[in-house]
Write a protein that binds this ligand. Sequence first.
Ligand SMILES: [Zn+2]
Length: 255
Amino acid sequence: MSNTQTCRLCLQEKKLIKAHIIPEGFFRLLRSENVAPEMHGNSPGSFPKRMPVGIYDSTILCGECDQRIAPWDDYGQQVLLQRFQEATPITHQARTVAWSLEEVNYTNLKLFFVSLLWRASISSHNFYKRISAGPFEKRLGEMVLASEPGDSQEFAVILARFEDVSMTGMLDPHPEKFDHISFYRFYLSGFVTYIKVDKRPVPEFLSELHLQAGKPLTILTRSLQGSPDGLLMRRIAESALAFRERRKGKIPGQW
Ligand SMILES: [Zn+2]
C-alpha cells in the first residue's frame, strides 16, 4: 500500500489521517457513563457487539480537509451534548413532547449533519455500510467543500432524543421512510437524527419540526418510529407551534 492516497474532499494525493465520522465526543460520553456503544450486527461475527472506542476511516480525508470539517463537528457536539441542558421543554397535555433551543447557528449545525452524512456515505467502514447517498453523494461533497448548508429542505434535519436512557447505545445508521420520503437515521448518544435524502419536501407532519434558519431548534422527545401515521407528530408540531406563538407574546397569559 502506498504512503499516499486520494483525499475524497480536495481530490489530492496526500497522506490520509484517521478521520472520525460520528465525532468522538459522542462515544466519549457513552464511555464516561460506562455504557459501551452497541454495535448493531447485520453480519454476525464480523464485529464485536460493543465498541470500546470511536470508529474512524483512514481512507477518506487528508488532515487539512479533516480540519475544515472539525469546527462543524465541534458545534454539533456543543449543541447536543452541552447546550441541550438549556433547552426549554414543550409540553402537551402535561407531558414533555419536545424541547426548544434558541440561538442555534443554522449554517454550522446543518453543515455538521451534511458532512456527517457525506462522510458516512463515502466511508467503506462496515459500521456505515447501510448509508449510501447514491446520486446525492456528489452534491453533499460540493456542499462540504463550499461550506454551503443549503436551504432547510435540502437534506432536511429532524432531531429526537430518547427518553429512555438505556437506549443511548450507538446503533449503526440506516435508511428509513416517512410518508414514502427517504431519510437516513443516525444515533448520536441519546439523540437520533433523521436526514432527508430525497428531492421531495419533508412530509407535512414534520414541516414545522425540521432544522430551519432563524428558528429555534426543535428536538422531539422520542424517535419517530412506531408513529407511521404521524398523528402524534402532528400533535407535537401543533404544540411546538403554539409554544412559539406564546413565546412571541401573541397569546399572553397561557403559559
Ligand atoms: Zn484533502
